[in-house]
Design a protein around this ligand. Structure first.
Ligand code: ZN
Length: 381
C-alpha cells in the first residue's frame, strides 16, 4: 500500500477517538459539514460552502494592554450605544498561530522518527514542488516555521525569512509564498473580526502610571531632552470578558481540531506580555454550517443592551454566546453547545494531540498538493 494511504488508515481511528471525546454523538453529523481530504484533488483547491463558526469568549486573567497601530493603549468600539474596549482579530489570530506552532514544534520533536518520517514519505509521494527539499527538512530535524527578518546577500539589505509553507500552521492560517513553499501565496482559512469587551470602557479600563528609573542615578532623574521617567498605560482590568466569532473555511476534521486546539491554548494577548496579558479562552458554541452564521458584534450588542453596558461576567458571557448561537443556527446547521470544550481541549493527552496534529499535517499536505494541481491546470475539467 502506498505510504500515504497507510498513514491515513493508521491515523483515522485515533483521530476518530479524539473527535468523539470532544464532539460526542454529534460527530457524524459534524463530519457531513466538513471537507474530507483523502487524496489530492484539484477541486479541493476551490472554496466550497463549508464554514465552521466558532464562538469564543476571552477572559482576562490579568491586566491587558491591547495596543494596535497608533498611540492609544487600547482601542474602543461603539456597541449598542456603549464605548467598549476591543481586540482586533489580527491580534487573536497571531496568538492562535503561535499557540499552534508551539504545539507543532513539540509534536515534531517527539515524533521525528515516527509520524514525521512518515509525513516526509507522503511529501515525496504527493510530488509536491520542492518535495526533496521539504522531505529532507522534515526528516533531518531542521523544520522551523516563522516569519523573521534576516540579513540579505548584499550588505545592509534586509530580507524576510518566510514561513515554511507546508505545515498545518501555513496551510490553515496562510502564508506569503516568496521562494519557499512553491512561490504562491496561501490565504488564511480562519477569518474573524473584532472581539468586543462586555463592559463599558469607563468601568473596566484603568490608567496606571509607572516610573522608569534611570539606571545610572537610581532615581527618576533624566537629563533634559531625554524621555520622561513616568509613563502611563491604559490597562484593561482582569475579569473583563471579550466575545467574538471566528469562521473556519473548508476544514477537514483534523484541521478543525487543530484550530480548536490553537484557540484553547492561547495564553496571552496584547502588548508587554512579560508583565501583562494573561487570558483564558472558552468555546461555548460552534455552528457547523455552509455559511457564516452571526457575528461577534451582534452577540456583544445583545448582551450589552440587556445588562446596560455591563460588566458581564464569564457565566453571563458563555450563556449569552450560546443563546445567540441558537438564534443564528438554522435547521440545516449543526449547533454544538459545550461550555467545557476548551477545558477538554486543554486537557487532551499528548497521544491525542499527536493524533490530531499528524492527521492535520497530512491533510495540509494533501491540500497543498491539490492547490499545486489546480495551479498547473486551472481550467481542466
Ligand atoms: Zn509553516
Amino acid at each position: 500500500m502506498p505510504s500515504l494511504d497507510e498513514l491515513r488508515a493508521e491515523l483515522a481511528p485515533m483521530l476518530e477517538e479524539v473527535a468523539a471525546k470532544l464532539l460526542g454523538d454529534k460527530l457524524s453529523r459534524a463530519k457531513g459539514l466538513l471537507v474530507e481530504k483523502p487524496r489530492p484533488d484539484r477541486r479541493l483547491a476551490l472554496p466550497r460552502p463549508r464554514t465552521v463558526n466558532i464562538y469564543v469568549a476571552i477572559e482576562a486573567l490579568s491586566e491587558l494592554v491591547i495596543r494596535h497601530e497608533g498611540r492609544d493603549d487600547f482601542v474602543e468600539f461603539e456597541v449598542a450605544g456603549y464605548r467598549v474596549p476591543g481586540i482586533l482579530n489580527t491580534k487573536v489570530q497571531a496568538a492562535e498561530r503561535r499557540a499552534l506552532l508551539r504545539l507543532l514544534y513539540d509534536f515534531y520533536d517527539r515524533n521525528l522518527n515516527g509520524a514525521v518520517a512518515r509525513l516526509a514519505d507522503a511529501v515525496k509521494e504527493l510530488g509536491l514542488q520542492g518535495a526533496e527539499r521539504i522531505a529532507e527538512k522534515l526528516r533531518g530535524g531542521g523544520w522551523r516555521c516563522y516569519l523573521a527578518p534576516k540579513q540579505g546577500r548584499r550588505q545592509g539589505e534586509e530580507t524576510v525569512e518566510a514561513y515554511c509553507g507546508f505545515c498545518p500552521g501555513c496551510m490553515i492560517y496562510g502564508y506569503a509564498g516568496m521562494d519557499e513553499g512553491g512561490g504562491y501565496n496561501v490565504k488564511s482559512r480562519v477569518e474573524g473580526d473584532v472581539f468586543y469587551g462586555l463592559c463599558a470602557s469607563s468601568r473596566c479600563v484603568v490608567q496606571r502610571t509607572f516610573n522608569a528609573v534611570n539606571d545610572a542615578t537610581k532615581t527618576t532623574f533624566y537629563e533634559e531632552g531625554e524621555t520622561g521617567a513616568l509613563y502611563t498605560l491604559s490597562l484593561i482590568e482582569p475579569g473583563t470578558v471579550f466575545v467574538g466569532k471566528i469562521a473556519v473555511r473548508d476544514p477537514s476534521l483534523a484541521e478543525l481540531l487543530a484550530v480548536l486546539l490553537a484557540v484553547s491554548n492561547v495564553e496571552r494577548i496584547g502588548a508587554r506580555q512579560t508583565h501583562f496579558g494573561r487570558v483564558k479562552t472558552h468555546i461555548p458554541a460552534i455552528v457547523f454550517s455552509r455559511f457564516e452564521r452571526g457575528t461577534g458584534y451582534e452577540a456583544a450588542a445583545r448582551m450589552l443592551r440587556e445588562k446596560s453596558g455591563g460588566p458581564l461576567g464569564l457565566e453571563e458571557a458563555l450563556q449569552g454566546l450560546t443563546g445567540y448561537a441558537e438564534t443564528v443556527a438554522t435547521s440545516d446547521d449543526l449547533l454544538i453547545a459545550s461550555r467545557g470544550l476548551a477545558d477538554e481541549l486543554r486537557r487532551l493527552s499528548l497521544r491525542d494531540i499527536d493524533a490530531v496534529l499528524a492527521a492535520a499535517w497530512l491533510d495540509s499536505l494533501v491540500f497543498k498538493a491539490s492547490i499545486e494541481q489546480f495551479i498547473a491546470a486551472p481550467r481542466r475539467g
